[in-house]
Design a protein around this ligand. Structure first.
Ligand code: C2E
Ligand code: SIN
Ligand code: SIN
Ligand code: FE
Ligand code: FE
Length: 754
């Protein structure tokens, strides 16, 4: 009888053991599976640095085969200048059992990748100690941080060393928050005086209502522009052109303002008007040449005039015909005019150009009918007037275009919009048939379409011109202007093939866009017919190229800061997700414990009325809640039974570990409430500080319910999962003891059917 009992018992024992072994194997399989499939690098190495195991991510990320890593020393994969620090890393592991920080590893392709690692020393009781490493690739984040720092440095420089006055003011109080040196020297107030004033104080009082109206309509993200009058400290009033946009300045909703004093420009415009008047006086004082010409175009008489005003001596003209003096087309035109004058008896005006002594002289003549077939020409040399007129017209055009472009650059940071405006101005002022700005994509090494006008087809939008290729590529690579007056004479006319083949361009001009020594693009102009261009034209072409370059640089700078910021946040969040995955692996918790708890906490936070901005931190904190368990040895973490007092002492340090690890990271500071306080209890019996009631941050109170719920309903090394009913009963029972009663209420509200 007895033997049978023993027999059955031992069969039961064997079955139990088999099942336990199978469970262990299954859980180990699952663990190995997770290790192999995570995107973070996981490895083990010994205290010499010899690599023992690596996961698939390590192989993929480092580019070596498994066999090229196993048995090799981790030290040899570090950046050479970091290798001496490896001994320090090993001694830290020996002393504290853990080490964390940054490591730069050279991949097989020779690329330096930056890893953030938290490594721990494992192994006890006769087993060789092994270092287990979890590392997360943060190269992208580091680069984004550098780009951000560089962008911010240059933006600050743009502000501080800007030759124009700039300031930042608070949109609520209208107080100045920052002013640059140019503002101080231009307006005469000291920095302290400025910072004690509002923007109302630099206005003539009658302009203040319009200012307040304007400020009330400032919309975030939209650029503002306008003309204003400002008051200097000495009481004088200046005309300014304002460009501004909103920004977040140390938590204030603020507006950054760029002020361009246009008092001088206004005066210049007035001077221009005055010089036109002078010109009219000059014109009136000029003496006339009087000629009599008959209907056949023969010079009959030349009134006694100062021969200095004649382009030929009188005897060389008398008896000659207009046909001898003028090119045939002009001569016929004048003969026609004279006939009409004789028929209609109406005076007519003609303007003409004659080549005299190697230069071209302009005349204006009035043709008056006389008796019979005779006409009287009263002609005057208007060359100077003509030239001055043309110059003035051109300069007025250039001046207003430049002012317009300046304003576009200042008032919008959208590079496409600025370039579109610039290019349309450029085409009309340069009097060209088509124009484009190509932008350099430094990663592709190619110039690509930025803006364009005057093209017959859309093909130019697909432009991608490699550096050094094509005319634009040459202008960019060699950093010089390219001029092709007659494309047909080019040995290999690039315009016969490629995306511009249907445009029939005859000549081409390209200028590189250079800012601070960097080529950022090319300005191009095209003609469909031949035209000579003078120096003034080329100068203006160059000026436009300079402005385009500045516009691109300004816009890129601001865009760059925004992009770098977004990239950085994304990169940080990727890091956090990486950490939290590593922690789930470490805890051997059911996959997704952290994600589930984070999600439930966010749902509770939403019900509790937290803002979106706060919830971002809640999410990060929840994902990192048990980060501190990285400081708890395996032997305690994986222990199958209850913990001893000493073991509890260590376990209860995990919130403090988390705080120590995470608080140096500024970006995670606001997310620390959960990792640090998630084991505090409502009745004050929790750890690490024994906080009570609302002394415990709300996020941590909400989180505690979610964490315990998920812990109870999951298998733990120290006990199997509880049933839902039992867990719900427990949560209810702990309301007001472990948990904030309101958090428990929200928890049950979440469980109600919708
Ligand atoms: P954890 O496993 O993530 O559990 C989180 C919290 O859920 C615990 O915080 C506790 O408030 C609640 N909880 C989990 N399991 C149980 C349970 O069986 N009964 C009750 N009444 N509450 C439970 P706590 O107690 O501060 O523990 C923090 C961490 O310490 C746990 O995180 C776990 O990693 C470890 N730990 C706690 N008890 C034991 C144990 O008996 N053996 C071992 N090996 N580890 C333990
Ligand atoms: C690595 O960066 O290759 C892993 C870090 C480590 O496990 O020490
Ligand atoms: C200012 O001139 O100080 C600001 C004007 C504006 O934001 O519109
Ligand atoms: Fe915890
Ligand atoms: Fe947890």
């Amino acid at each position: 009888m007895n033997g049978r009992k023993t027999f059955i018992a031992s069969i039961r024992d064997i079955t139990e053991r088999k099942r336990a072994e199978m469970e262990v194997r299954e859980s180990e399989d699952r663990y190995r599976d997770l290790v192999e499939n995570t995107r973070d690098l996981i490895c083990t190495h010994d205290l010499e640095g010899r690599i023992l195991t690596v996961n698939r991510a390590a192989i993929v990320l480092m580019g070596y085969k498994r066999s090229e890593l196993i048995g090799k020393n981790l030290r040899d994969f570090l950046l050479p200048q970091h290798r001496p620090a490896f001994d320090g890393y090993i001694s830290l592991l020996k002393r504290d059992g853990m080490a964390g920080g940054l490591m730069t590893i050279l991949t097989k392709r020779g690329e330096a990748r930056i890893w953030e690692y938290s490594n721990t020393l494992r192994g006890a009781g006769g087993v060789e100690p092994v270092v287990r490493g979890y590392a997360h690739d943060i190269t992208a984040r580091k680069r984004a941080e550098e780009a951000l720092r560089e962008g911010e440095r240059r933006y600050r420089q743009l502000f501080e060393s800007n030759p124009h006055p700039m300031w930042v003011y608070d949109l609520e109080t209208l107080r100045f928050l920052a002013v640059n040196d140019a503002a101080i020297s231009h307006y005469g107030y000291s920095r302290e005086e400025f910072l004690g004033m509002t923007i109302k104080d630099i206005r003539p009082s009658e302009d203040v209502p319009r200012l307040l109206e304007n400020v009330a309509h400032v919309t975030s993200g939209l650029d503002q522009a306008g003309d204003w009058r400002h008051l200097k400290k000495d009481g004088s009033i200046i005309d300014v052109e304002i460009a501004s946009h909103t920004l977040d300045f140390d938590g204030h909703r603020a507006e950054v303002v760029h002020a361009n004093d246009i008092t001088a420009r206004k005066q210049a415009e007035e001077r221009l008007a005055a010089s036109e008047a002078e010109l009219r006086a000059l014109f009136a004082a000029m003496r006339d040449v009087v000629l009599m010409i008959d209907r056949d175009g023969i010079y009959r008489k030349i009134a006694p005039t100062d021969p200095g005003f004649l382009y030929r001596p009188p005897d060389e003209l008398l008896g000659k015909s207009l046909r001898d003096v003028f090119p045939p087309a002009d001569a016929e035109k004048f003969l026609g005019v004279m006939r009409r004058v004789l028929e209609t008896k109406q005076v007519e005006q003609v303007e003409y150009e004659l080549p005299i002594g190697g230069r071209s002289v302009w005349f204006s003549a009035s043709i008056t009918p006389m008796t019979g077939d005779m006409t009287v020409w009263v002609a005057r040399d208007i060359t100077e007037r003509k030239q001055a007129e043309e110059r003035i017209q051109r300069q007025v055009g250039y001046l207003s275009a430049l002012a317009g472009i300046d304003r576009a650059i200042l008032s919008t940071l959208d590079v496409r919009a600025t370039l579109k405006y610039l290019i349309s101005q450029a085409a009309s002022l340069l009097n060209v048939d088509a124009a484009t700005v190509l932008l350099l994509d430094p990663y592709k090494g190619a110039l690509e379409f930025g803006a364009g006008t005057g093209f017959r087809t859309d093909a130019v939008r697909t432009a991608s011109v490699a550096l050094g290729e094509g005319y634009a590529g040459r202008a960019a690579l060699e950093r010089r202007k390219v001029q092709i007056h007659n494309l047909a004479e080019e040995p290999d006319n690039l315009f016969l093939t490629g995306f511009l083949k249907d445009e029939d361009f005859v000549s081409y001009y390209g200028a590189p866009l250079i800012v601070q020594g960097r080529v950022v693009g090319v300005l191009e102009a095209f003609h469909r017919s031949r035209r000579e261009r003078d120096q003034e034209w080329f100068d203006f072409f160059g000026t436009l190229a300079g402005q385009a370059a500045i516009a691109i640089d300004n816009a890129r700078l601001v865009e760059g800061i925004q992009v770098a910021n977004t990239e950085l946040l994304l990169a940080y969040d990727a890091t956090i997700e990486g950490w939290s995955r590593a922690m789930d692996l470490r805890d051997r918790e059911t996959e997704g414990h952290t994600r589930r708890v984070a999600e439930m906490t966010l749902n509770l936070a939403r019900l509790a009325g937290m803002s979106d901005a706060e919830m971002v931190h809640v999410r990060r904190g929840a994902l990192l809640h048990d980060m501190g368990k990285l400081g708890v040895p395996d032997s305690i973490l994986y222990k199958r039974g209850a913990l001893t007092d000493d073991e509890w002492k260590i376990m209860r340090r995990h919130p403090q570990f988390a705080f120590d690890m995470l608080s140096p990271i500024a970006y995670l500071k606001p997310a620390l409430d959960i990792p640090y306080y998630h084991h505090e209890k409502w009745d004050g019996t929790g750890y690490p500080h024994g906080l009570r009631g609302e002394e415990i941050p709300l996020a941590a109170r909400l989180f505690a319910v979610a964490d315990v719920w998920d812990a109870l309903t999951s298998d733990r090394p120290y006990r199997p999962a509880w049933s839902e009913e039992k867990a719900l009963e427990y949560i209810k029972e702990q309301s007001g003891r472990h948990f904030d009663p309101q958090a428990v209420e929200l928890f049950f509200r979440l469980r109600l059917p919708k």
